[in-house]
Design a protein. Structure first.
Length: 233
């Protein structure tokens, strides 16, 4: 999680790995080179990163999330509409990336079948970090739908951004606005369905079905897909 302590040696390994990622990807060769360049004991490195460079790729993504959260806290967004706050948060997350090629290589890594669950967890984690930083207080089914929707938006933005060669990423900025507009239109449609007299029996049934859905306990790694742990008593 973002607020978990990070071993300084993991940061050291990650910094040493990044220059190699552009050439070798998040690979064993990159991991071995990072160990050598950082002067880290190989046994300690394997303890920090049991899966080698894959764990460094995860650390790289979470480093970006942490930088984004700090940028959101420092930003003056009090006069923004909420949709603009979300769009701005996505821009801050993209802006937190100081190595685009590392993201490109990470996208390729997390598209592999055995790494796809980790990729989904990271995207969900980014969406969760954005909503939390923006003050989301939902604890019902909306907790899930907000993060699910934003995960889809953010992942599509990253793919678009990776191929964007426009001046100052203007095309990505426009794409973010379009995607947020799509979400807002969907939210408006949901509200219209809820208020439609003919559909109220269906809406009421759906509300009863989801009434028991609650956000997971706020303990490390629980609020991400694929993980569930009961909080300590």
């Amino acid at each position: 999680m973002l607020n978990a302590p990070i071993d300084p040696m993991l940061d050291q390994l990650l910094d040493a790995a990044l220059p190699h990622v552009a050439f070798d990807g998040w690979s064993p060769a990159t991991f071995d080179a990072a160990i050598k360049d950082a002067g880290v004991n190989p046994a300690h490195a394997k303890t920090l990163c049991p899966r080698g460079a894959a764990d460094l790729a995860i650390a790289f993504h979470r480093r970006g999330d942490a930088a984004m959260v700090e940028a959101i806290k420092a930003a003056d967004m009090k006069d923004m509409r909420f949709r603009d706050k979300v769009a701005h948060a996505i821009r801050l997350r993209i802006g937190a990336v100081d190595d685009k090629e590392a993201v490109r290589r990470g996208t390729a890594l997390f598209s592999l079948p055995h790494m796809a669950p980790d990729g989904a967890k990271l995207i969900w984690g980014t969406a969760d970090a954005i909503w939390n930083a923006l003050g989301d207080t939902s604890r019902d089914v909306n907790w899930y739908t907000k993060r699910l929707t934003l995960s889809g938006v953010y992942s599509s933005v990253v793919l678009f951004w990776l191929g964007d060669d426009s001046l100052d990423m203007q095309a990505t900025d426009a794409f973010i606005d379009r995607r947020i507009d799509d979400v807002m239109r969907f939210e408006k449609f949901k509200a219209q369905v809820k208020d439609n007299a003919m559909l109220k029996p269906f809406s009421a049934t759906l509300a009863r079905m989801t009434a028991g859905v609650k956000a997971p306990p706020s303990v490390p790694d629980v609020d991400l897909p694929g993980r569930w742990r009961e909080p300590n008593p």
